[in-house]
Design a protein around this ligand. Structure first.
Ligand code: ARG
Length: 458
């Protein structure tokens, strides 16, 4: 029997009932629903709308329900319409008439809006904590690799030398932006819609500031129609999570490349790799591949949420019930992905020698050789041309720039002197790229310090 059935002459078709039900998804918000109801009842009592006696029955009843769901004693009925109905019906079954008073001056429309905001606020807090842990792990990897020379790429072609630390710290910067975006989102959703009713508040003398305080919101929302139909915060959070996944996906792509036989820059730990059922030699980077793969579903969730809302007239429409499945899926996916990434990075082995060897190839010090000639007085374009000719010469001879003899060098320009070898040495080149934000070990040390200080303010 539906709570709202008195107006109807027939029961809901059973397939329609299943179609209408959202309990399979919104049961996750049972705690928030109960906390919201407790605050609502306390407010109703404080404003004289219900008696102390009724309120204490409601409070005790709800507390017991929460305790019993937490302990597994009370099972959430999968036949209920949604979590709000389930809790209210359960309460009324237990405490009788007092339970029937809980829904005074409230609608499921403001109830679901306050529940989901509370649920998402807590989730944002835990995602931020997980991201900070991942950042700490990455900083540890960076610290251990301040002098690990590696080829830096543009167009996936060897460009200029960097260090593994600098490369890893690039991802740390992305993740710090992700944290700040999540916190912005948290702050915008931190407004209390409870008291908006179905769409037009209520005639009861409720106190929305009271529930705002009790539920730890910053302020009450300012427009009841907006309050019950606004899902901006879900779109925003889906976007923010998409950005985290986008960053982890790019990172995954690099990890997959680096772990390949062609690169051999890193080796993933056995505990984060899988084998093949047919090829005995295989060690596959499945975790990274899955993070990359799962990101696409999260991006889909963002698109689905945008489309869900774009043509809805004010105020609440049942379409909005579809908002939860996507965002819950995005949250679970990003939570798992961050945890997996953290473990994978913690156990990763870096093949320092291999990285350095690869950096030596590909004429990574060509820009520095040109700069050497500029220091000796040549205009950059002329220096660039001579260096290009030297590279072409080396390609033909299959040698690197530092393998050129003094005689060979001076055939191209008489500005070359013995000190040229120092200027094109990889460690020297790196130590000279000492600009703020650059790859020199000293600059990266500073980057780590400043990044840590910034993350601490978030
Ligand atoms: N299960 C619904 C949802 O998630 C709760 C709100 C229902 N409101 C209504 N007027 N039918 O959106």
């Amino acid at each position: 029997m539906k709570m709202w059935s008195s107006r109807f002459k027939k029961e809901l078709d059973s397939l329609a009932n299943d179609f209408n039900s959202s309990i399979g998804i919104d049961y996750k918000m049972y705690k928030e629903d109960i906390m919201g109801s407790m605050a609502h009842a306390n407010m109703l009592c404080a404003t004289g709308i219900i008696t102390d006696d009724d309120n204490s029955k409601i409070q005790n009843g709800l507390k017991n329900i929460l305790f019993e769901i937490d302990s597994g004693e009370l099972e959430i009925n999968p036949m209920a319409e949604d979590i709000h109905m389930f809790i209210e019906e359960e309460l009324t079954e237990r405490i009788g008439d007092a339970g029937k008073k809980l829904h005074t001056a409230r609608s499921r429309n403001d109830q679901v809006s306050v529940d989901i905001r509370m649920y998402l606020k807590a989730k944002i807090e835990s995602i931020v904590i997980d991201l900070k842990t991942l950042i700490e792990t990455l900083i540890e990897v960076a610290k251990a690799n301040l002098n690990t020379v590696m080829p830096g790429y543009t167009h996936l072609q060897v460009a200029q030398p960097v260090t593994f630390a600098h490369h890893i710290m690039a991802y740390v910067q992305m993740l710090t932006r992700d944290i700040s975006r999540l916190i912005d989102c948290y702050n915008r959703m931190n407004e209390n819609p409870l008291g908006s009713g179905a769409l037009a508040t209520t005639t009861y003398p409720i106190d929305r500031f009271k529930t705002t305080e009790l539920l730890n919101f910053k302020i009450p929302t300012r427009n009841s129609m907006d309050s019950v139909s606004d899902r901006d915060f879900i779109v925003e959070l889906n976007f923010d999570i998409s950005m985290v996944m986008l960053h982890l996906s790019r990172f995954s792509e690099e990890i997959i490349l680096w772990a390949s036989q062609e690169f051999k820059f890193i080796e993933l730990d056995d505990s984060y790799s899988t084998g093949s059922s047919i090829m005995p030699q295989k060690k596959n980077p499945d975790m990274a591949e899955l993070v990359r793969g799962k990101s696409s579903r999260v991006f889909g969730n963002l698109m689905a949420t945008l489309n869900l809302i774009k043509a809805l007239p004010l105020s609440y429409n049942k379409d909005l019930q579809e908002d939860k499945e996507n965002i819950f899926d995005s949250i679970e996916t990003v939570e798992m992905s961050i945890l997996i990434f953290n473990g994978m990075m913690k156990t990763l082995k870096v093949n320092k020698e291999n990285m350095r060897d690869k950096a030596k190839r590909g004429f990574i010090n060509a820009t520095d050789l040109a700069d050497y000639l500029v220091k000796k007085g040549l205009p950059f374009r002329d220096a660039y041309k001579i260096t290009g000719n030297l590279v072409s010469y080396c390609v033909d001879k299959n040698i690197s720039l530092e393998e050129l003899s003094m005689e060979e060098l001076t055939n191209f320009s008489d500005l070359f002197e013995a000190d040229v070898y120092k200027y094109i040495d990889l460690d020297y080149i790196l130590s000279q790229r000492n600009v703020y934000g650059g790859p020199s070990p000293d600059a990266v040390k500073k980057q780590i310090l400043d990044t840590k200080a910034y993350v601490d303010t978030l």
